[in-house]
Design a protein around this ligand. Structure first.
Ligand SMILES: O=C(O)CCC(=O)C(=O)O
Length: 281
């Protein structure tokens, strides 16, 4: 018996590689998380993406208690359990923020390209903390592409590309076959690690678009590129392939800050493999 996802949603994930629109937290809770993020930005005097250095942009769940609570949220993790069973790690989290009138975009790509994980049993819960619409650059996916193997990518390091290497699929993608995953605050979509996806710039005048992308794996998945870290969010980890991450006792807990820095430094070596001069950037 599944916990949150219907049999049709589970079937849709297997066939199409994504699940659209699932309500996971209330609009009010999404608004309160957004408020805490914006309080941090005010105190830092800059938007999140500028307030933290590049390797620190990922894994906000090690910086803030309210993001750590979100990666463990019962409804979100129940949905992941419906797909991958009861022993689950959060491998990474990423805040994707597009400001109003922001040229930032995400090129068509497969997440699996530089992650170094041993299996495609990897799913992202993309949780909307604001509305995510056509106007402000919602996530778009190409259904069924997760059934392809790893597709070659080329690195562009394009200025406005939000990906680590500006990587894009090195073959023609038919944008006419894409599906836009519009969301209300507090809803999430799910996408498979091999699904081709991307997003356009935020063309709205006033609306920020904030998404928190949480990457989950079942505990049997390993990191092939070296030592790595993850947070156990459900069940037991009998494989022990990842060093388990600490939980911040309060925002900017120094123990978690330095753990996060060390983890990011290790990941840099494989995220930028073959492009070592970029690793410092
Ligand atoms: O937020 C976006 O527009 C892109 C997100 C993305 O590429 C991902 O979650 O893997």
């Amino acid at each position: 018996m599944s916990k949150i996802l219907s049999p049709d949603q589970i079937d849709g994930f297997r066939k199409n590689g994504y699940v659209p629109r699932v309500r996971v937290i209330s609009k009010e809770r999404a608004a309160s998380i957004r408020q805490r993020l914006e309080e941090f930005e005010r105190s830092a005097g800059a938007p999140f993406s500028a307030a933290v250095s590049k390797p620190l942009r990922a894994n906000g769940h090690l910086l803030f208690t309210w993001l750590n609570e979100l990666i463990r949220d019962e409804r979100i993790v129940d949905a992941i359990e419906d797909l991958y069973g009861e022993n689950l790690l959060c491998w990474m989290s990423d805040l994707f923020i597009k400001e109003p009138n922001d040229p930032s975009y995400v090129s068509w790509h497969q997440d699996s390209t530089y992650w170094g994980l041993s299996s495609p049993d990897v799913v992202t819960a993309w949780v909307a903390l604001t509305e995510s619409t056509k106007a402000n650059g919602a996530l778009e996916v190409i259904p069924g592409t997760h059934l392809k193997d790893q597709i070659p990518h080329r690195d562009t390091f394009a200025k406005d590309n939000m990906l680590s290497r500006g990587q894009e699929i090195a073959v023609e993608v038919d944008p006419g076959s894409s599906v836009m995953l519009e969301l209300e605050p507090g809803e999430m979509s799910l996408h498979h690690v091999r699904l081709v996806h991307g997003s356009a710039p935020n063309r709205s005048e006033t609306q920020r678009r904030i998404g928190f992308a949480i990457r989950y794996i079942p505990t049997h998945v390993r990191q092939l590129e070296g030592e790595d870290t993850a947070t156990l969010v459900r069940g037991v980890d009998t494989f022990g392939s990842f060093q388990h991450e600490p939980t911040p006792a309060y925002d900017m807990d120094p123990e978690c800050l330095s753990f996060r820095q060390r983890s990011a430094e290790k990941r840099q070596t494989f995220f930028y493999k073959g492009n070592d001069e970029r690793a410092a950037g």
